[in-house]
Each structure stands twice: as structure tokens, then as C-alpha cells.
Write a protein that binds this ligand. Structure first.
Ligand SMILES: [Zn+2]
Length: 294
């Protein structure tokens, strides 16, 4: 077992590393976001520690989040929630792939090194009643039920503040990710495509918990310019109140595997989102056991 003292020590090291990395990146040239950081830090460091964090009542990691109202998770501390969904306790090796074991949890972490189970499709996709940037039916109008309800609240709050948002792209099936990825490879070449789009099975959009959001003020584009707009700033400030976080933070490509995406918000639940945003950590760091103190 890891002692609290050791955890504190690791936490300190992690903090220092984060600061160091941030400093290096901030002082580095980031013109056009084309830095060449290696995206090798997506998984938890391989510690060889096979122990699994469990909730205080001994249940496994599949119990959290989405079914609020009936479990005892509502009363758990934020740290217990984090531990329950830690990177290390929610992954299993299948051949050469690392596959998440908590695909249905609102805290699931999917990235370039952590895939969804084969054929995963959420069973509670619905269409949120918010304005979209396009007309007509499409699967990308959908989100999982809890996330869709939260998005409606978020958009209503924006409207009250005179902020005009548009939903651009939510759920993306495995099949559609295949064509999105392939056309990105055709357009940009494999190396660049890997930096800006996910391979099928590895996209957060397939969880039904992520959605791209923009505004008519920038022509509804999903580009970095949205982050500098009044609407983008409003979104960054208020999304956590409704359970969403900006998933791909600025200058954290080395950790998340993706360039800054101020338009891509991810539902993680109202209990954790404000804490995550306040921490300034990426989801990969936030759910790393090295940073969780119980
Ligand atoms: Zn996105």
C-alpha cells in the first residue's frame, strides 16, 4: 500500500512537474499550436501496482455517476469519486489495446491510449433541445440523457446572459469516426490527423458525453478563435456549473494528446466539474492515483 506521506510526496512531484511542463510550454513557441510535444503521457505511469482502488463500501468502479439518485455515491467525497474512477482502476489490457472498464461512467477517460470497448454505443442517447449550427436530423445531435439535460441548462443560462451558443457536434458512432478519421488522414496525412482527430474507438465523442460548441459570432467554427470570443470565455467560466469541463486545455497536448480545443466540452457531472476546473488539471492528471489523496 502507498502511505499518505508517499502520496503527498508524489502529489508534490506531480505538481512540480506540471508547473515545470507549463512553464516550458508557455515559454516555448506555440505559433499556430503546432508544437511537437510527444503525446506519450496519456495513460497513468506504469507503476506495476495492481491494486485497485475501491469505494469505501467495496463496490467496484462501475457504480458511479450516471445513475444519480439511487446509489450512495452522492454522499461520497470528491476524492472518493475520483478514486472510484481513477485511471489505474478503470482499464484492462485486451491484446495490444488498453480498454476502459467503465465506459458508462460519466467520469470515463478515453484518449489515444484508452479505447472504448469494441462496439460500444450508449443506450440512452437523446437529442437535447438546444439550437444547433445546422438543420436536419443527424446522429451528432445526440448526447447521453444526463449530459443532454445539463446542456439544456447550460444553454438556457447562456441565453439569459445574452450569450448565443450553438451546438455543433455531439455523439459520434464508431462507424462515423471511421470516416471522419479516414478523411482527416486524406486531408492532412497520418501524422497530423493523429494529433487532431481520434482513431475509431478512441474518440470521446463516442461516449455521448462530449459536444463541440461554438457561436454565430465566429461563424460557428470550431477553431481556436472561439476561445477568444465573448461566448468562448463565457463557456469556459460557466460550463463547470452545469457539469462540463473544457477537455483539451491550452498547452497540454503532451498530456491529453490533443491541441487546445476551447469548443470541446465534456460532461463529467456537476459534483466534480467545478473541482476539476478549479484544479487546472487535465482529466488525465485529475484521475491519476498519484494525485488522489484519500
Ligand atoms: Zn470535439
Amino acid at each position: 500500500m502507498i502511505t499518505t506521506k508517499m502520496k503527498r510526496h508524489r502529489w508534490t512531484i506531480a505538481l512540480l512537474s506540471t508547473l515545470l511542463v507549463s512553464t516550458v510550454l508557455l515559454t516555448g513557441c506555440k505559433v499556430g499550436g503546432q508544437g511537437q510535444q510527444e503525446g506519450q503521457n496519456l495513460n497513468a505511469p506504469a507503476t506495476g501496482n495492481t491494486s485497485v482502488e475501491v469505494t469505501p463500501d467495496g463496490t467496484d468502479d462501475n457504480t458511479d455517476g450516471i445513475e444519480t439518485g439511487e446509489g450512495d455515491t452522492e454522499t461520497d467525497s470528491v476524492m472518493a469519486l475520483r478514486a472510484q474512477s481513477s485511471l489505474q482502476s478503470s482499464i484492462q489490457q485486451e491484446g495490444d489495446r488498453s480498454v476502459v472498464t467503465n465506459a458508462e461512467a460519466v467520469t470515463v477517460i478515453v484518449n489515444k491510449e484508452r479505447s472504448l470497448p469494441e462496439g460500444y454505443e450508449p443506450d440512452d442517447l437523446v437529442e437535447p433541445n438546444v439550437p444547433f449550427s445546422f438543420d436536419g436530423p443527424h446522429e451528432k445531435r445526440h448526447l447521453r440523457k444526463e449530459a443532454a439535460a445539463a446542456l439544456e441548462e447550460l444553454f438556457a443560462a447562456a441565453e439569459e446572459d445574452g450569450i448565443e451558443l450553438r451546438a455543433v457536434s455531439g455523439y459520434r458512432s464508431y462507424e462515423r469516426q471511421v470516416s471522419v478519421y479516414n478523411s482527416s488522414v486524406e486531408r492532412n496525412g497520418e501524422e497530423y490527423a493523429a494529433r487532431v482527430s481520434a482513431k475509431p474507438g478512441y474518440s470521446e465523442h463516442q461516449t455521448g458525453l462530449a459536444i463541440d460548441v461554438s457561436s454565430p459570432s465566429v461563424g460557428n467554427v470550431i477553431e481556436e478563435v472561439f476561445g477568444d470570443s465573448e461566448e468562448g470565455k463565457w463557456l469556459e467560466e460557466h460550463a463547470p456549473e452545469y457539469g462540463f469541463v473544457i477537455r483539451y486545455l491550452k498547452d497540454r497536448e503532451d498530456i491529453t494528446g490533443y491541441v487546445y480545443e476551447p469548443w470541446h466540452i465534456r460532461y463529467v457531472g456537476k459534483e466534480l466539474a467545478p473541482d476539476i476546473a478549479e484544479s487546472g488539471l487535465t482529466l488525465e492528471e485529475y484521475f491519476d492515483e498519484a494525485n488522489i489523496k484519500l
